[in-house]
Design a protein around this ligand. Structure first.
Ligand code: PHE
Ligand code: NA
Length: 507
């Protein structure tokens, strides 16, 4: 790096940025549905076990790696062993091409719906509006069928906002933005939760569908129950933004004396708490809608985009008062949760390029954002929803989890878990228990391998989402392999100067 690596201005700034990355669309539109499908209140058991056995240890690991090497993923990996650099690139490259490009488009959808909220432009048939009027979806992933201009407008705006945040040094850009986004997000979320919970029928639905524990569903010795456990581990990764090198990057800007364990605990626990609390809003709102339309709850609830863009508008239509404000509030929450995650994805990729090529931050971020915006255009076409769904499936089930396995092997075996742990203890704060070494070396990677095995098995037993095999191979497998090829070429380029040497304190 030319000049000194910039640092977070404060401990709170770092934490808010890290939590901002973790708390994203997934907390709002994925967690609640997962809980509902997988045992209601009982789902908290596999979820918390996954948090303890994989989430927190990996969060500590990513923080340690970034902090010890003061580096983005490729540089951190290369400093430990040059041969691992390809993997160090693969994580931010997969994240950028596999998540950021469509994340920006989805935030663009949210911006459109924010505007629609003013007069409930989605009309009475919200499902038909979303698919046929708004997205105008085509018949297959290969039928692009032209650009949807309102979506493109929202997507471009998302890129401009992200650019204007990331192009400043982290302590001015991302830190300041997080200091605004996160408190606002918390306040608005609480308003939304409070409002939803007092709607007629809300509390009954919450109790019945969200909190009641259906223990038989999580019995790991049944076929269905074991899938619940695997799903919990998959979700923990995604929800904590692990496996993409984001937390490595954010931790590389931490000052020398840092409480790594404390920060990892706070980030992980607050993220999961946010999901749990938001669940009250989701179940309350859907419960109210189901009750007022007289439909069963099971028919009303959806996951992902269907929840935000079909079910929520439908529920808003039923509100006795304050429809506009409720809509604005909900979509603003989504936009803020989304933006604070998007900037972390962009930062991890840009920081990697800056570390390797010594480009200036302003130029790198500008070029990356223009290129990213062009890449996002694919997701603003009429095939956008399909491509997004396939890419998301493969990146989450394989890319992310594979990234986690590699990290465990690198830190656990190549660097040696004991050295990493000594680093954590040396730089201050809560001491790291020796059990962490066992988790990182054996337990966590073993669990993650099982998770990938399950995913592969169900992949082979039927095409995901009924897409054609060609679509799955090109867009899913192709995306991951393409990222690997790009990473390999990035690795070949030599590191300038003495960059691979990092001065470590004696450990
Ligand atoms: N953690 C985010 C969520 O729960 C998703 C995400 C993953 C964002 C990785 C950035 C990077 O929605
Ligand atoms: Na999350």
């Amino acid at each position: 790096m030319t000049g000194k690596r910039s640092l977070w201005g404060s401990k709170a700034g770092f934490l808010l940025a890290a939590i901002g990355s973790a708390v994203g669309l997934g907390n709002i539109w994925r967690f609640g549905y997962m809980a509902y499908e997988n045992g209601g209140g009982a789902f908290l058991v596999p979820y918390v076990v996954a948090l303890i056995l994989a989430g927190i240890p990996l969060m500590i690991l990513e923080y340690t790696l970034g902090h010890r090497e003061k580096a983005s993923p490729p540089l951190a990996f290369a400093r430990i062993d040059r041969r691992w650099e390809t993997i160090g690139w693969w994580m931010p490259v997969v994240a950028f091409f596999g998540i950021t490009l469509f994340y920006a488009a989805v935030i663009g959808w949210c911006m459109n719906y924010f505007v629609f909220s003013f007069n409930q432009a989605w009309g009475t048939d919200t499902g038909d509006f979303f698919m046929n009027t708004f997205l105008q979806v085509s018949d297959s992933p290969f039928e692009l069928g032209g650009i949807r201009w309102p979506i493109l407008a929202g997507t471009v705006l998302t890129w401009i906002i992200s650019w204007s945040i990331c192009y400043r040094e982290v302590n001015h850009g991302i830190e300041k933005a997080s200091m605004v986004f996160m408190p606002l997000l918390v306040v608005l979320t609480f308003v939304l939760v409070g409002w939803s919970m007092q709607l007629p029928g809300a509390w009954e639905a919450i109790k019945e569908n969200y909190l009641t524990a259906r223990w038989e569903k999580i019995n790991p010795f049944t076929a269905a129950g074991s899938k619940v456990w695997v799903a919990a581990f998959g979700q923990i990764f995604f929800t904590l933004s692990l496996g993409f090198g984001i937390m490595i990057t954010y931790a590389s800007y931490l000052p020398k004396k840092t409480d790594i364990v404390g920060n990892a605990l706070i980030t992980s626990v607050l993220n999961c708490l946010y999901s749990f609390i938001t669940g009250f809003a989701v179940f309350g709102t859907i419960g109210f809608m189901a009750a007022s339309k007289g439909v069963p709850f099971a028919e009303a609830i959806k996951s992902g985009p269907g929840l935000a863009f079909v079910v929520y508008p439908e529920a808003i239509n039923q509100l006795p008062a304050g429809q506009t404000i409720f809509g604005l509030l909900f979509f603003l929450v989504l936009i803020m949760a989304g933006l604070s995650s998007a900037i972390s994805l962009i930062e991890a990729f840009c920081c990697s390029l800056i570390d390797k090529f010594d480009f200036s931050r302003k130029k790198t971020v500008s070029v990356v954002c223009v290129a990213g915006c062009l890449g996002s255009v694919v997701f603003t076409t009429r095939a956008g929803l399909w491509i997004l769904d396939i890419v998301d499936h493969f990146v989450n089930n394989y890319g992310l989890v594979a990234g986690g396995i590699f990290e465990c092997l690198l830190v656990g075996w190549v660097l040696k878990a004991a050295i990493a742990r000594r680093h954590v203890d040396q730089v201050g704060g809560v001491k790291l228990h020796k059990g962490w070494e066992i988790l990182v070396k054996f337990v966590t990677p073993a669990i993650l391998i099982v998770v990938i095995g399950f995913a592969l098995y169900s992949e082979l037993s039927g095409n995901y989402g009924d897409y054609s095999t060609k679509a799955l191979l090109c867009l899913g497998v192709g995306w991951l392999v393409g990222a690997l090829v790009i990473s390999f070429f990035l690795m070949l380029y030599p590191w300038g100067g003495a960059k691979l040497d990092c001065e470590h304190e004696p450990e």
